[in-house]
Design a protein around this ligand. Structure first.
Ligand code: URP
Ligand code: ZN
Ligand code: ZN
Length: 498
């Protein structure tokens, strides 16, 4: 065998289905060997005592995107992908977002212009469709799907983005004909705007009323409707950023009935509640996202859904707005809850949060963590041949985690441009220390080693209608979770701060 470029030695290698102690040999950006005692590499990384996982795929994030309200997210493709890399990710799938009146093709070209010179890790794009006119439905969308943009998101709420049911059926029809996956932001717009109007009439304008206006029933009703519409058209559907049990139960029922319905939840629904919005002045704006964080029971329901496979995807929904006049306070220092840009940062902490509170507490096995961090997104979004696992022939996208490292989160540790983190002060056990993208060391020793523009665009395959994806989170026997001994016992966690 010719010389290897890199060997990652002595790590505990974990995939969505297996755990083994072995070395990983890398040549020309790909994994070419898995085994013991690999030699002859130009460079070696010793991963003794560490977990070697597939690089994370954050499959729902908004980078350098204009919101429906016309506010640009705080990160460009450099800060966004750097932040993702420091969080253990090697791929992101942000959105190329169409606003009404725009050509979808022109939008995609514009996002490429933004991403190409700046990204430090690989990326694909989902589309956002807010204007499904004849040109989009008959020409642009079919052509883009064939070019590798095989998933698109639609909104059932937000005045300037939402589609009505008839429009949803139109785009589902294209998904059926061309083989694409529809992602849906499922909240009933009329319910939210009716409650909002009543609240404002009564003088309730503080950020905490955002959570009141986005009633759980608005989410579960829209989820039910989206599922029924996709059933009518017999196409797969992914319900994004699920926050509460009602919506989750709709998804589970559909799955139990054999429908190709998938679900996603996000850190904000595991770690935050509506109480976080109840802060003095406008401070609660830092926690306003849609759907909003709910309550402790909802958090437990979301953990259940991750554990039992109702949710296949765990994404950040990174939608960063600074807490200043460029972002959350664009309408002034004391906005009413309808004037606050929706969204939270999360690219960098998605995986450390899930690792610490999922694997570290025994809620998830390591294999489930890998499935949720990476493998399932690769399968769902058509990147399976290259990304999402550790196997010979795959891209050498790896995150080497120290499961014993304890980190207390502060905003100034973060590499994004938001300026705050909703998870300030939390202590997390386990941290991704070294991140390798196509064999290139991107993050090591707390430093970035990748050049802007070194990330590559990834065209995606269509979802395979003939292959039921099923419940993608493996129900693994924890006794087979061989890496478990590397997870510190929470009762004996060290306090070596970072
Ligand atoms: O509040 C959120 N989630 N903002 C980002 C856009 C979206 O709806 O995903
Ligand atoms: Zn959304
Ligand atoms: Zn989003």
């Amino acid at each position: 065998m010719s010389e290897l470029d890199l060997v990652v030695r002595n790590g505990t290698v974990v995939t969505a289905v297996d755990t083994a102690s072995c070395d990983i040999g890398i040549r020309a950006g790909r994994i070419v060997a898995l085994g013991e005692g690999l030699s002859g590499a130009a460079r070696e990384i010793d991963a003794s005592g560490k977990l070697v996982l597939p690089g994370g795929i954050d499959s729902h994030c908004h980078i350098d995107q204009l919101s429906g309200m016309g506010i640009r997210t705080a990160d460009d493709f450099h800060s966004g992908t750097v932040s993702a890399a420091f969080g253990g990710n090697t791929t992101v799938i942000p959105f190329a977002a169409q606003h009404r009146g725009q050509s979808l093709r022109a939008v995609v070209e514009e996002y490429h212009e933004r991403a190409t010179p700046k990204a430090v890790i690989d990326y694909a794009f989902h589309l956002i469709i807010s204007d499904p006119n004849e040109q989009v439905l008959n020409q642009e969308l079919p052509a883009l799907i064939r070019d590798g943009y095989t998933s698109f998101k639609v909104f059932m709420t937000y005045e300037k983005m939402r589609l009505d049911d008839r429009q949803l059926l139109d785009v589902l029809g294209v998904a059926r004909r061309e083989g694409a996956l529809m992602m849906v932001h499922a909240e009933n717009d009329d319910v939210i705007s009716w409650i909002s109007a009543k609240l404002l009439e009564q003088g309730h304008r503080e950020p905490k009323f955002h959570a009141v206006s986005h009633a759980q029933i608005a989410e579960s009703e829209a989820t039910h409707r989206a599922i029924r519409l996709s059933e009518l058209m017999d196409v797969p559907l992914l319900v994004v950023h699920v926050s509460a049990e009602g919506a989750m139960n709709e998804i589970r029922r559909a799955q139990d009935a054999g429908l190709r319905v998938y679900g996603e939840t996000c850190p904000q629904y595991l770690f935050l509640t509506k109480e976080d919005l109840d802060l003095p002045g406008a401070n609660g704006a830092m926690f306003c996202c849609s759907p909003p964080p709910r309550d402790v029971n909802s958090q437990e329901a979301m953990w259940r859904g991750l554990r039992n496979g109702t949710f296949q995807v765990f994404s950040s929904d990174h939608a960063p707005y600074r807490f200043d006049e460029t972002g959350k306070l664009a309408a002034g220092p004391s906005p009413n809850f309808k004037e606050i840009a929706n969204g939270l940062p999360g690219l960098e902490l998605r995986l450390p949060l899930l690792f610490s509170e999922g694997v570290g507490t025994g809620r998830l096995t390591l294999n489930q963590f890998v499935a949720l961090a990476s493998t399932n997104a690769a399968r769902l979004y058509g990147l399976e041949g290259r990304k999402g696992s550790i196997a010979v022939g795959m891209d050498a996208d790896l995150a080497i985690w120290d499961p014993r490292r304890t980190v207390t989160v502060t905003a100034d540790m973060m590499h994004d441009n938001t300026g705050y983190t909703p998870y300030e002060g939390r202590t997390l056990d386990g941290w991704p220390e070294t991140v390798i993208s196509r064999g290139r060391v991107v993050v090591q020793d707390g430093r970035l080693h990748a050049e802007p523009g070194s990330g590559e665009f990834l065209p995606c395959d269509p979802p395979e209608p003939a292959r039921p994806l099923g419940r993608l989170v493996p129900e693994v026997d924890p006794a087979r979770n061989f890496g478990a001994e590397l997870i510190p016992d929470p009762s004996q966690a060290g306090t070596a701060g970072d």
